[in-house]
Design a protein around this ligand. Sequence first.
Ligand code: NAD
Ligand code: MG
Length: 347
Amino acid sequence: MTDEFTTQIYYEDDVDESYLEDTTVAVLGYGSQGHAHALNMKESGVDVLVGLREDSSSREAAEAEGLEVGTPAEVAAKAQLISVLVPDTIQAAVYDEIEPHLEDGDTLQFAHGLNIHYNQIQPPAHVDVTMVAPKSPGHLVRRNYENGEGTPGLLAVYQDTTGEATQRALAYAKAIGCARAGVLETTFQEEVETDLFGEQVVLCGGVTSLVKQGYETLVDAGYSPEAAYFECMNELKLIVDLMYEGGLMEMWNSVSDTAEYGGLTRGDRVVDEHARENMEEILEEIQNGDFAREWILENQAGRPGYTQIRQAEQDHEIEEVGERLRSLFSWSEEATEDDAAEVPADD
Ligand code: NAD
Ligand code: MG
């Protein structure tokens, strides 16, 4: 533990793995996170079962790794800790199947707090409810573990019936490798609201809109789509890598003085006070539950709006230009194959 940060951070020495010693863990789902948690825990000596539908295409992959597979209800009945790693939009339905098997003192665990925070799952008072959320896609959680490294993670306790919820969640975090890198304490509310905000405003929504608007501005002004693609999309990775490695100054120090001066004087004109007001509005919709309600209804209606907006994104000219240009690079093909090989097929 360290007091240099405002948040409590746990490392391997803070964890007592005996909290999982007599525990059977059921991992529901064998996708991005599910396969990584199940395999890492198995190799850490934890007794793991995997819960999948009878007709799941992931069954074979899990069994090929020597994991015992059953339906969610079957494995939940045998386990004392149930880790819910099916997609967020079907968790409530899968929860209905396992609820009858939640016994006194069991743990219901998540890797994202959405369904608990917005009351789509309402667990009984006699179980612990915790979260261990690796801050990275599952294939990296797996790869890091195999390389003897860790993936930073978040830990939160929503309901502590046993008085041991934190220790058990920490033991789980250690078993999947997160404690090697550091486990940050948070709450379900903070994890959900900051996660939604980050993906909507900066990471997924903000960045793609910035790229498209920049691209369109250049193409509309008569520049070639290829030049626009390289400037507004391709080079983004180099910039982000520098910020990831060494922060904003590492990036500014690595680009030319012209780029630094132009960027520092123009950036805030692009993402200006209007953008800031929009960010605050979006945060408000997350906090008051409007976004969650919209998304739940969208799913109940069969995703009509989502399907449409997704198609429009796919049809954007930058996608076609990018596909042609990327095929000129041999590395891009290798990278895709490499990544695809490590994530089991979804079903
Ligand atoms: P995913 O879509 O990769 O995998 C879900 C898996 O669930 C499928 O592969 C399948 O094996 C299984 N599944 C699907 N329908 C099922 C059903 N009806 N019954 C039983 N099993 C079924 O999901 P994911 O991205 O690993 O997300 C799992 C959880 O982890 C979510 O709560 C998500 O928010 C969280 N999370 C994901 C990431 C990430 O990078 N992917 C990171 C942190 C947290
Ligand atoms: Mg996220």
